[in-house]
Design a protein around this ligand. Sequence first.
Ligand code: XMP
Length: 534
Amino acid sequence: MHDKILILDFGSQVTQLIARRVREAHVYCEIHPNDVSDDFIRSFAPKGIILSGSHASTYEDHQLRAPQAVWDLGVPVLGICYGMQTMAVQLGGEVSWSDTREFGYAEVRAHGHTRLLEGVQDFATAEGHGMLKVWMSHGDKVTTLPQGFKLMASTPSCPIAGMANEDKGYYAVQFHPEVTHTVQGAAMLTRFVRDIAGCAGDWIMGNYIEEAIAKIREQVGDEEVILGLSGGVDSSVAAALIHRAIGDQLTCVFVDHGLLRLNEGDMVMDMFAGKLHAKVIRVDASELFLGQLAGVTDPEKKRKIIGGLFVDVFKAEAGKLKAAGNGVKGATFLAQGTIYPDVVESGGTKTKKATTIKSHHNVGGLPEQLGLKLLEPLRELFKDEVRELGVALGLPPEMVYRHPFPGPGLGVRILGEVKKDYADLLRRADAIFIDELRSTIEPNSGKSWYDLTSQAFTVFLPVKSVGVMGDGRTYDYVVALRAVQTSDFMTADWAELPYSLLKKVSSRIINEVRGINRVTYDVSSKPPATIEWE
Ligand code: XMP
């Protein structure tokens, strides 16, 4: 059993970052809505509690408070931004409303030699005051300290930017330690969870494998599991973990819809069937998919067809497995690579916003339709933890650190109607682009351009343009290269790839892929463009 931190979410956009920083300090934590019951908090038994920020004001919403159990439990509490304000209001201090917001970089002076900030500073002033470079985002501020609290931090415009009641282990900051702009933010959160709350730093993916295996074995017993392998990171790590736990009780179904990248199907088979000796059934459904997509040009229709067929094929395979015996008595579990950000509801209280699970992760309601129980062994993990786990399980880093690839695959990277010829040309062009990104190192960082971009791919444009090659005229297709940098995929900047790299990719594609005679680079950011072209 790990020591746990409870994060109560008051609706801040960045609550998940608090959890990520805590996990990076090797402490297990969970995010729950701020209005969970007192009983829930007691049974969760946290060693410390963190109150998140919020878009709200303590004036606007008198319901948005920490449950009484937070104060009754006798464990350390850290309030962040709104969390500080509600702590102040609930413990007898005062918050004053302001219609001007303070937003962005600030320098905060530390006061009072608190445990939270002891030895944590960015620089010292000439007078010897410890200073912190932080990120602020707030309107209201605490104007009167609650009884028993002392000043912990200040700025000229926010005289109470931090407060502490060290006897109780209560600390609060007006700025955001969870964002990377707050230089010592991770150090402060680590100090709180490890030293003040006293959590052991035992949340380590290499060690977690044994625990996860034991959980899977206990949940599954001697029953059987099927899993839809896509080649993506989440389903691959889930498959490797479950296979490690229950071996041949797991059957993976890998649906090849004909819209995968070059050699991707073979690589997936080689890894799972070849190296891991897992039971994998490869279903070549490319004709079915391409047949149904013939003549369809509308992007949303294409997505629906691909998603719907995927469910049909998977269901049919699950049925066949059962009928044929095939060593499978009949699966009772469907495994999915759902990860924590898909599960956790960010930005709301239980009463105001229901938990939403991204629809593509619960593919077409498959578990209900198949009458199967769900097995989701990655449900507690963030993406970076899933990757660490994948490497610890022996999956190759190139697979685990791959850029995301959309479920509909090349179907949304071939504009308009999808045809096999187009997919074949696109696969070859894309492989060249990725190959060059991987092999070109940016000298300052020493990293490859593949690692410096969040997602990069090639898009097929079904238009022809004129070119000249040797003595002859060509009339061939056009591709666009797309490479973006983003931290959350909600917004993204096009990557400033070096011209020399673009030049090499263009020349290789035009020389090596007959049928393409023009290469363009997409210089649109998101918004207003999206990352994919469809
Ligand atoms: P957009 O194009 O919306 O993409 O800026 C944001 C991220 O989502 C991925 N994406 C998808 N993933 N099914 C998926 O599984 C889809 O239909 C889909 N559409 C976009 C996209 O690759 C990018 O990472």
